[in-house]
Write a protein that binds this ligand. Structure first.
Ligand code: IPE
Ligand code: IPE
Ligand code: MG
Length: 256
């Protein structure tokens, strides 16, 4: 929860505890096949199934999927409508998979903007799965990192205005606790598919020390093997958190 995570070792050395994925490239996948963009989104939903299963089986604790950004509302109405329909279908179809495997479904982002026909089954599944103890599956929907930070600033300002908090006591935990991701570990690995090398407003605060992994694979083609390749890369990275190599090699209690 503290803003800069202290190095921790995953139970399986190469499995990150929290993986966050920018699922990109559905449109180009379809375009290259002469198919409508929506077909790419449809195949993208299948990739979500594969990756959720693989992460669960590999012992990932939190999987955050960037499914729809705040900025994506600006796409043509027809595409937004189809994406909402696919989201609705995903929630309905995956209900048993999620409940049967002890997955906790959560969302981040301004889900009040989602149409009611999506919100009803989504909220129901979030509530139904709340007591599950398995992997946490976080869908970032109508999500933007800057929007989230603005909301956090407003919440903190309200606490200061009410006299509950003094500005000098605002620290990194105060900010982290005011984010939608409050209480979870920061992502250790952020994956982006489709060859784009940017964050596109995803988990800006939380990714401060995340390892970034970019692959040219389009999201509809992403599978267990692609995920394993990312985890292998992750395991090879040296995470220093600002320290020296020597400090990182020392046991925690000997560090000063
Ligand atoms: C990602 O694929 C899905 C969403 C952003 C909803 P895109 O639709 O962005 O696919 P490209 O980037 O146009 O290929
Ligand atoms: C980022 O992809 C958002 C999601 C994957 C949901 P975009 O396709 O919207 O990002 P840009 O526009 O290429 O930066
Ligand atoms: Mg894209």
């Amino acid at each position: 929860m503290s803003a800069i995570p202290y190095p921790k070792v995953s139970p399986l050395a190469q499995t990150p505890r929290h993986v966050a994925i920018i699922m990109d490239g559905n449109g180009r996948w379809a375009l290259e096949r002469g198919l409508p963009r929506v077909e790419g989104h449809r195949q993208g939903a299948k990739a979500v199934n594969r990756v959720v299963t693989a992460c669960r089986e590999m012992g990932v604790e939190v999987l955050t999927l960037y499914a729809f950004s705040e900025q994506n509302w600006g796409r043509p109405d027809q595409e937004v409508g189809l994406l909402m329909q696919l989201l609705h279908d995903y929630v309905r179809q995956e209900r048993m998979e999620i409940l049967g495997n002890g997955i906790r479904l959560t969302t981040i982002g301004d889900t009040s903007r989602l149409p009611v026909f999506v919100r009803i089954p989504l909220d129901a599944l979030v509530a139904e799965s709340a007591k599950n103890k398995g992997m946490r599956l976080v869908l970032a929907l109508s999500y933007g990192g800057r929007e989230e930070l603005v909301d956090a600033v407003k919440a903190i300002a309200r606490r200061v205005a009410s006299g509950e908090l003094i500005p000098e006591h605002v620290d990194q935990d105060t900010v982290a606790d005011a984010l939608h991701t409050s209480g979870w570990e920061d992502p250790e690995l952020v994956i982006r598919t489709s060859g784009e090398l940017r964050l596109s407003n995803f988990l800006l605060w939380q990714s401060a020390y995340a390892e970034l992994y970019f692959t040219d694979t389009y999201w509809p083609d992403f599978d267990r093997e692609s995920l394993e390749a990312a985890f292998v890369q992750f395991a090879k990275r040296k995470r220093r958190f600002g320290l020296t190599d020597q400090q990182v090699a020392e046991p925690l209690e000997q560090r000063h």
